[in-house]
Design a binder for this molecule. Structure first.
Ligand SMILES: Cc1cc2nc3c(=O)[nH]c(=O)nc-3n(C[C@H](O)[C@H](O)[C@H](O)COP(=O)(O)O)c2cc1C
Length: 214
């Protein structure tokens, strides 16, 4: 019989950094870019994994990892299937959140805002930059729908690759979303669980910055 681990005995002390609010950028997207660059230097593309949370029409939240593919003053861009579970939820409620956890830096960033579809041009540019096989997968996968077997998926992929690969058009239900933030919180783990939390809130006069209790 397998033994449950004693979870409470697994403890980690956070001591890799501190946040000095006066050194944080006035604009949280600039600040995010600094932290992201540090994470990329350390853990490469893994730094781009973020948890996207959406909410269903009956108020049930759901989360999954997606990849950050672009960042600008307009927000955080990721690509997916518009008719997937997340796509359907975003159509009903465009409020969403993103969460980054960079373990190696003992940092977390949480972002709240409104996600809308990117322009067709942005979706096209990204879709056609992807490797051939990834494009085929996006075409044959009816993301989030129940399928009869793995075999069916593999067959659909192979059939497409051998007979239709020349028609590699971006499916209309696949493309980008951009989440325009109205709140961004930066968290740095500290000793004795007395962490640093600096939150930015968008107001009519721009971004306001304040410290939160850990
Ligand atoms: C490291 C990693 C990266 C992923 N990147 C994406 C992505 O960029 N876009 C995407 O649609 N799904 C991505 N996925 C798969 C999603 O987590 C999820 O399974 C899928 O999008 C279906 O989610 P949904 O049914 O909640 O809509 C990724 C998963 C992992 C673990």
């Amino acid at each position: 019989m397998s033994q449950y681990k004693k979870l409470h005995q697994l403890r980690h002390d956070f001591k890799k950094g501190i946040i000095k609010p006066e050194l944080m950028a006035t604009d949280p997207i600039d600040q995010f870019q600094y932290w992201l660059n540090e994470a990329i230097d350390l853990i490469k593309d893994e730094a781009l994994t973020m948890t996207l949370s959406t909410v269903s029409s009956d108020g049930q939240p759901s989360s999954r990892i997606v990849l950050l593919r672009e960042i600008s003053q307009d927000g955080f861009t990721f690509f997916t299937n518009f008719t997937s579970k997340k796509g359907v939820e975003l159509r009903g409620n465009s409020k969403a959140s993103l969460l980054f956890f960079w373990k190696e830096l003992e940092r977390q960033v949480s972002i709240g805002g409104i996600a809308t579809k990117t322009s067709v041009k942005v979706s096209d540019t990204y879709f056609y930059s992807r490797p051939l096989e990834s494009r085929i997968s996006a075409i044959v996968s009816n993301q989030s729908q129940v399928i009869s077997s793995r075999q069916k998926l593999d067959n659909d992929f192979e059939n497409y690759r051998t007979t239709e690969a020349k028609k590699l058009e971006r499916p209309h239900n696949w493309g980008g979303y951009i989440l325009n933030p109205d709140s961004i919180e930066f968290w740095q783990g500290r000793e004795n669980r007395l962490h640093d939390r600096i939150a930015y809130q968008k107001t009519n006069n721009g971004w306001e910055k304040f410290r939160l209790s850990p």
